[in-house]
Design a protein around this ligand. Structure first.
Ligand SMILES: [Zn+2]
Length: 409
């Protein structure tokens, strides 16, 4: 089995963690911000010094390519994103780019002959922390979002549009360079798990079979506001009391559907939100995710079966958005499993509870993801951490799976 250079993998992660570094650890490296552009410049310097050809497309996605030995074969692509959330960590996104870069560097410097060209990719604005929505540029490539509408998106808390930031970045390239299914044949995305499962179970690698399906609702209770001192309890139509009952009922009913269903009621609006007034309006969110769409369907049934009146308050709900479970490519998953075992690492198949660019790419190309453990299951925080050993192992799996794919695609 092949291995990447462990010290070099670690050096890459250390070098990139200085772009947007915060005092006391972590980074803020919002999409197309100064630190993100500095990280892109560093990427450019590194890939060009390896002799790779760097191209960008019309949304600033970067593609660094090393030729294969057989003329005319499509490229195998691997990568992720380098932007972070505010007060984010040194691994989410950038690990996938740097593991891919380390794999390419190993192929190039060790003279490993691959039939297909290989491409290391950086997706623009995956996090959506500066310009909403998340996974913006893979979404544009896959026609989920209209490009013109995305260019007009104004940054959160500022005045610059995505289009202006892109223009100023100097990274606008040719639309013909966008990821496509003529010039590319397979996509790998290494990433940190962002959850506790691998660490809890003492596993080295997550072979990511797909991204869970989800539904998203707002549930609304409408009562009557009245004076906190003069309205006897029995006369009240208290929307917060009704919402509390619905929240607890949902916990019981959804909790009984499946052990591994995850659901969250994480946002609440209460009106008038005054301590001397009985609340007349409460709206709360419900987010539920599972890989089995039958289970997701049962969540929908539970919501539809909610009573129209609770403690005298009117109940209604709005469905926001959802997505079907994304299944990654069985062939690539097989390569990831056999190479993981060949390397002597432990692994399990799992689904990603979070969204990733790979979910859009999977509609275009055979795709798969590799997870490495996240310390304490934490991400999108400055304490995000995966050990040098874990980072190295993930890149080794990618390298060997790449070689497998190269021989059979
Ligand atoms: Zn990410």
């Amino acid at each position: 089995m092949l291995e990447v250079n462990r010290e070099r993998m670690h050096e890459k992660l250390s070098a990139f963690s200085k772009f947007g570094a915060l005092e006391g650890g972590g980074i803020t490296r919002l999409s197309l911000s100064e630190p993100a552009l500095a990280a892109r410049a560093e990427f450019k310097e590194r890939v060009e010094s390896l002799g790779m050809i760097l191209e960008s497309d019309d949304i600033g996605n970067l593609y660094a390519t090393w030729p294969g030995t057989v003329e005319g074969l499509p490229r195998i692509v691997m990568g992720s994103h380098i932007d972070s959330v505010r007060n984010g960590g040194n691994y989410d996104g950038v690990y996938g780019v740097l593991a891919s870069l380390e794999v390419a560097e190993t192929v190039i410097t060790e003279g490993i002959k691959l039939r297909h060209p290989i491409t290391v990719m950086i997706w623009t604005n995956e996090e959506g922390a500066r310009f909403e929505p998340a996974m913006m540029s893979s979404g544009i490539v896959m026609k989920k979002f209209a490009k013109e509408a995305m260019l007009a998106v104004v940054e959160t808390g500022g005045t610059v549009t995505f289009g202006e930031a892109l223009e100023a970045s100097g990274w606008i390239g040719d639309e013909a360079n966008r990821l496509n299914d003529r010039d590319y044949c397979a996509y790998f995305e290494p990433h940190i798990e962002q959850g506790p499962v691998l660490e809890e179970e003492g596993l080295d690698i997550g072979v990511v079979a797909g991204v869970v399906g989800m539904v998203n609702y707002d549930i609304i209770l409408e009562g009557v506001s009245s004076h906190a001192g003069t309205t006897p309890q029995s006369y009240r139509k208290d929307a917060l009391r009704a919402a509390s009952k619905v929240v607890m009922d949902l916990w019981d009913k959804l909790g009984a559907l499946a052990d591994d269903l995850v659901f969250t009621m994480g946002e609440i609006t209460c009106r008038p939100n005054i301590h001397t007034v009985v609340p007349n309006y409460v709206k709360f969110s419900l987010d539920a995710r599972h890989q089995d769409m039958n289970i997701v369907g049962k969540v929908v049934d539970v919501v539809k079966a909610l009573p129209s009146e609770v403690y005298g308050c009117k109940l209604s709900y709005e469905e926001h958005w959802g997505r079907k479970t994304i299944q990654f490519d069985e062939r690539l998953l097989g390569y990831l499993e056999t190479t993981t075992k060949g390397l002597g690492y432990s692994c399990k198949r799992m689904y990603s509870g979070a969204g990733h660019d790979a979910q859009y790419v999977s509609e275009l190309l055979p795709s798969a993801m590799i997870f490495i453990p996240s310390k304490d299951g934490l991400s999108h925080t400055v304490v995000e951490y995966s050990s040098p050993e874990q980072a190295w192992r993930g890149a080794n799996v990618l390298l060997n799976a790449l070689v497998e794919a190269d021989q059979s695609f």
